[in-house]
Design a protein around this ligand. Structure first.
Ligand SMILES: [Zn+2]
Length: 254
């Protein structure tokens, strides 16, 4: 029986206005794969609007409210991400099967199918509540996580490791190096994009590589931060293998 808690909400299947590739089926295929492998699900709760303001400027939050349906789902994605990080604080691995993604959301601007920065919110909230002092974020998405990078820029307490290489073995080596340089820390969060998969836009990583990355995250968390580790869904658009790839990352982290 897998021990990883999968944070989910049926509302993530909402067909809100966004780019056509960022479709509800993305979380649906992952949900199906994890259900078939006996994972246990935890229901996400919406974030408090005050939580959004930990990272975002009030005018961004206000402008997102103009599309109420999408705003409500984005609030649930932020809340689910906060919950995944809280579960990880007990040493239980967690995966936020959330939608919309977040790593292209900066404090005052957003793009790339992202509205609020789920990862930045989850980490910053733990810091402000004094539950952690230091964190590392490993972003393995094909696209540079500019929102997360912008928010934590200049901070010595949060290391953001954005891995960018189109060479498979080099990519894996950079994941390992980035984590080594980041230590010590109190929790690790993975911005889990699967769009660098060999059959997705990035044409780089194999399914087994996601498992290997998960294993690196697990080992480092056990050596450095009492096993506190979680991941949040970012990109990934090749639907036939998206569930398999997500399961492999999760199995590696378990
Ligand atoms: Zn991406």
């Amino acid at each position: 029986m897998p021990t990883t808690k999968i944070v989910f909400h049926d509302a993530y299947l909402t067909d809100y206005p966004t780019a056509s590739v960022e479709k509800p089926e993305r979380v649906e295929v992952i949900h199906r794969e994890l259900s078939a492998h006996s994972y246990s699900f935890v229901t996400a709760r919406p974030a408090d609007e005050r939580d959004l303001l930990l990272v975002h400027y009030p005018n961004l939050v206000q402008s997102e409210k103009r599309d109420r349906d999408r705003y409500d789902v984005a609030l649930l994605a932020a809340g689910g991400s906060i919950l995944a990080a809280e579960i990880a604080m007990d040493g239980v691995p967690a995966f936020g099967l959330v939608r919309p993604p977040g790593h292209h959301a900066s404090p005052g601007t957003n793009w790339g199918f992202c509205f609020f920065n789920n990862m930045a919110l989850a980490i910053q909230r733990l810091i402000l509540k004094k539950r952690i002092e230091r964190a590392v974020i490993l972003d393995i998405d094909l696209h540079f996580g500019d929102g997360t990078d912008n928010y934590f820029m200049g901070r010595s307490d949060v290391s953001v490791v954005n891995v960018q290489s189109s060479n498979r073995l080099e990519f894996l080596a950079h994941c390992q190096d980035g984590l080594t340089r980041a230590a010590p820390y109190d929790i690790i969060g993975v911005s889990a994009g699967f769009d660098r998969y060999i059959k997705d836009w990035g044409s780089t990583l194999l399914t087994e590589d996601f498992k290997a990355i998960g294993q690196m995250v697990k080992e480092f968390s056990q050596q450095n931060c009492s096993g506190r580790r979680f991941a949040l869904l970012e990109g990934g658009y090749y639907l036939p293998d998206l569930g398999l790839n997500a399961r492999n990352l999760i199995e590696g982290m378990e």
